[in-house]
Ligand binder design. Structure first.
Ligand SMILES: *[C@@H]1O[C@H](CO)[C@@H](O)[C@H](O)[C@H]1NC(C)=O
Ligand SMILES: *[C@@H]1O[C@H](CO)[C@@H](O)[C@H](O)[C@H]1NC(C)=O
Ligand SMILES: *[C@@H]1O[C@H](CO)[C@@H](O)[C@H](O)[C@H]1NC(C)=O
Ligand SMILES: *[C@@H]1O[C@H](CO)[C@@H](O)[C@H](O)[C@H]1NC(C)=O
Ligand SMILES: *[C@@H]1O[C@H](CO)[C@@H](O)[C@H](O)[C@H]1NC(C)=O
Ligand SMILES: *[C@@H]1O[C@H](CO)[C@@H](O)[C@H](O)[C@H]1NC(C)=O
Ligand SMILES: *[C@@H]1O[C@H](CO)[C@@H](O)[C@H](O)[C@H]1NC(C)=O
Ligand SMILES: *[C@@H]1O[C@H](CO)[C@@H](O)[C@H](O)[C@H]1NC(C)=O
Length: 566
């Protein structure tokens, strides 16, 4: 869809923001205009990074900003004791692309100028002030995980790139100067983003003891080499790897196929538990231990979803899965060297919550005791409210709650594949992350770390978007999408053990519906607020923190920010 708002001029009169800190080695985004907006371009020798901002002075405030008009992790600093609002200046549009409309703002008023109409039709509007209170004493869930997925497709694409670009992908996602992910999801065998469907021990058939599953697949060995490189480039001690199986080899299934209406044959329930254990042991033997598994990716695809799902899947009803978990998988894992591996349930869409777990409990009352967490996929969240998650959390308050898959482009009404530079898709992520963290989620694992220009490749021609797109034609550039920065405004600034605190927008119903805020206290005691302005106008945010007091921020149109202070 063609965007109406082509550019903004966000000029500021009479108010000076204090300039950023001293010289540093970080590099800004190399912004390139694309059909849907703009992306940050990295090549072998250049990629944008931002060192973690320092807050050592007591009353310092640091605002990191990204905007539709071209800000990407721009740093503005100020002082909490300063009475004038801290102004985030948007990218100054150059004269040549300043052709459609502009917003000029001083401290109190905005002039919206549609360039094609006469001067007297300038719209002279007040800049709305929205009051936000931050109550540090009211604490909610901990933050535990941020990450993406190393699918077969991602592994394949990384291998096409020169080493320096592979390293930029790893550093961009996992280094502190990138967006500081700590987790990664991968598949046990193949998944939908692979070059073909595959599993261990496809032959021989009816091999209950899995005697032909004695080593990992060459595709796993490639992933392990990539993970080692990732950890070294990102200087990570611990990487939390989450794994899930999409399908058993066809001989274990009722339909003897990779996809379609098919379930695990009950005579192979223990074999399928053993299959998981063998994978965990083999990964550990390669010094790449698994942190968590789920009970299987999207179990409903093989029960009700098979009309439109043509990739590897295996169906489970909650009643059957409870039997497999409590009689086979749970005891097998807990009674093995892999005992510490966490087990997550469901790994499917929000609309299955919380009834999936109630049905499991009704089938095997102890089945949920084998679970450490609940895994949710994002795809239908815009149609299904978060109340279902609230109910599940209320019934199982001690479970970790993770979003374990998300991407855009899967729906019939969406562009299949990447929309390079789409701010709107970034905003979809921004709204979704804010909503989930307001509803007790502990973290979020996105889907493919990288895809090619078409949003693939994979064996079912299912093309979707990703936060970083690689140029698989030239193999010399990668493109960081607005989605990457949307996620980064959370993951980069919320180390594990950050705790959500209360933030409330005063008079939310009538004043300004397109401002959203979620707040956290970080392990060092500082506060991180993620603030999203979804409106085509600037906004004045009057913050009032229960400990630091009141201060104002003037934020540009269509922008999001991480606000840090002690
Ligand atoms: C890489 O990008 C930088 C920054 O845009 C540019 O100066 C440099 O020429 C590029 N290198 C190549 C090989 O294209
Ligand atoms: C905008 O409105 C304010 C208050 O109504 C007025 O003082 C000011 O002169 C107006 N500015 C322009 C450029 O019309
Ligand atoms: C958050 O983590 C801390 C430290 O591990 C723990 O003591 C606390 O109970 C956790 N809080 C919640 C709500 O999980
Ligand atoms: C074991 O699996 C390999 C493929 O991974 C296959 O070539 C071989 O025939 C299998 N062995 C038996 C005994 O089925
Ligand atoms: C664990 O394994 C031991 C030895 O094989 C067995 O005696 C025990 O019953 C097992 N426990 C569970 C919970 O499966
Ligand atoms: C990929 O690189 C080629 C060669 O430089 C270029 O023609 C093409 O436009 C690039 N693709 C994208 C999506 O930018
Ligand atoms: C918001 O709406 C609620 C319920 O409709 C109402 O009770 C409350 O007074 C409203 N708040 C404001 C600031 O208008
Ligand atoms: C900030 O909130 C406190 C209560 O927590 C209140 O007493 C104070 O008046 C508020 N300040 C402003 C400027 O709104």
């Amino acid at each position: 869809m063609k965007e109406i708002w082509l550019c903004f001029l966000f000029a500021v009169a009479a108010i000076s923001a204090q300039p950023g800190g001293a010289a540093s080695t970080q590099l800004p985004c190399d912004l390139r205009e694309t059909p849907h907006g703009s992306v940050c371009v990295c090549n072998r020798t250049y990629c944008d990074y931002l060192e973690q901002p320092e807050l050592n002075e007591g009353s310092r405030i640091v605002v990191i900003s990204s905007s539709k008009d071209g800000l990407r992790f721009k740093v503005t600093t100020g002082d909490l004791s300063n009475k004038a609002p801290l102004v985030v200046e948007d990218k100054q549009s150059t004269d040549e692309n300043f052709h459609a409309e502009a917003i000029v703002v001083d401290q109190h008023r905005a002039w919206l100028n549609l360039a094609s109409i006469p001067q007297r039709l300038f719209i002279n509007a007040s800049v709305k002030t929205v009051s936000v209170s931050v109550k540090r004493e009211q604490r909610y869930q901990n933050v535990t995980n941020f990450g993406g997925a190393l699918t077969g497709t991602v592994s394949h694409l990384l291998q096409l790139l020169p080493t320096e670009l592979q390293d930029h992908v790893y550093k961009s996602y996992y280094h502190d100067d990138g967006i500081a992910y700590n987790s990664i999801r991968t598949s046990i065998g193949g998944c939908d983003f692979d070059l073909e469907p595959w599993a261990y021990n496809e032959l021989s058939r009816n091999d209950v003891a899995l005697s032909n599953f004695t080593e990992l697949d060459p595709r796993d060995l490639q992933k392990i080499e990539q993970l080692k490189r990732l950890k070294s480039v990102a200087r990570m001690e611990e990487l939390k790897i989450m794994a899930a199986a999409w399908s058993a080899p066809p001989w274990m299934k009722t339909n003897d196929r990779w996809t379609g209406f098919g379930q695990l044959k009950s005579e192979y329930y223990q074999t399928w538990a053993l299959y998981h254990l063998k994978f965990l042991e083999l990964m550990q033997s390669k010094n790449m231990p698994i942190w968590a598994i789920s009970t299987g990716n999207e179990p409903l695809n093989g029960v009700i979803g098979f009309f439109f799902v043509h990739f590897m899947s295996m169906g489970w009803t909650p009643w059957q899965q409870a039997i497999w978990l409590s009689d086979h998988l749970g005891p097998t894992i807990r009674n093995s060297t892999q005992k510490p591996v966490l087990i997550f349930g469901n790994d499917d869409q929000r609309y299955t919550f919380p009834s999936w777990f109630r049905k499991m409990r009704s089938s095997r009352s102890n089945s949920l005791s084998y679970l450490d967490g609940l895994a949710v996929h994002w795809y239908w969240d815009e149609l299904v409210g978060p109340q279902l998650i609230d109910q599940a959390h209320a019934e199982m308050p001690n479970m970790l709650l993770l979003n374990t898959e998300s991407c855009i482009g899967d729906k019939p009404w969406q562009t299949h594949g990447p929309e390079l530079g789409s701010w709107q898709r970034g905003e979809n992520y921004m709204r979704a992350y804010i909503q989930d963290f307001q509803h007790n989620f502990n973290g979020w694992l996105d889907w493919n770390l990288v895809l090619d220009e078409k949003g693939g490749p994979n064996y079912v021609n299912n093309f979707v978007d990703a936060p970083i797109i690689v140029n698989a034609t030239s193999r010399s550039e990668i493109y960081k999408q607005p989605i990457y920065y949307a996620i980064g405004h959370f993951s980069k600034f919320l180390p594990a053990q950050s705790v959500r605190i209360e933030t409330r927008i005063e008079g939310e119903n009538n004043s300004f519906s397109q401002l959203s805020v979620v707040g956290f206290q970080r392990p060092d005691g500082s506060v991180a607020l993620i603030v999203y302005n979804g409106q085509n106008l600037p906004v004045d945010v009057a913050l009032n923190d229960s400990q630091s007091g009141a201060f104002n921020l003037l934020l540009p149109p269509r922008s999001w920010h991480t606000v840090l202070y002690k």
